[in-house]
Design a protein around this ligand. Structure first.
Ligand code: SF4
Length: 165
């Protein structure tokens, strides 16, 4: 399987989620959060406001003259969001396109609670991403599913029922 930004995000969020998603056990249709995201995306598309850019295997939310922007509904897992964006920046750099990243946390789509963070790719990040891509390849080719992590993050996860019921 081709490693995508979503797979990178899930790897940092939860190894089990990464494994399940990469092995096409996709329960995201059951997730309220994912459904809300999809509806908002469709509304933006109908209004002509959808700025999503597809490039090879990458789907990034927006590209400006300076930044690759990634929008998240909450800042509940900043590391996973940051590594996903760094992965996009690295892929673009590999093609000779040098950009900074901007993570925008849009709590409940409320403009007043919008927070953002600038993300810049450095050599350490590239090394970390290269190592994690190797680790993901090993992880997703295992014959056994990683254990349930039993943390607060599980409550909002699309795989909650799969893991707990
Ligand atoms: S419910 Fe928890 S353990 Fe299961 S995939 Fe989601 S985050 Fe991971």
């Amino acid at each position: 399987m081709k490693i995508t930004g979503t797979v990178i995000n899930y790897y940092f969020h939860c190894k089990r989620q990464c494994y399940l998603f990469a092995n096409k056990i996709n329960l995201e249709d059951n997730s309220e959060d994912v459904r809300i995201g999809r509806v908002l995306h469709e509304i933006k598309s109908k209004d002509g406001k959808n700025t999503e850019i597809k490039y090879e295997d990458m789907v990034v939310d927006k590209v400006t003259s300076k930044y690759v922007e990634e929008y998240k509904k909450s800042d509940s897992d900043t590391e996973a969001a940051k590594m996903q964006l760094l992965f996009y920046l690295k892929n673009l750099r590999d093609k000779g396109i040098y950009k900074k990243g901007r993570l925008i946390y849009n709590e409940k789509n409320n403009k007043e609670s919008k927070k953002s963070e600038i993300v810049e790719l450095n050599d350490k990040d590239i090394e970390k991403l290269n190592n994690c891509i190797k680790e993901i390849e090993i992880l997703i080719n295992r014959n056994t599913v990683p254990d349930v992590e039993k943390e607060n993050k599980c409550k909002k996860c699309a795989y909650y029922e799969y893991c707990y019921i």
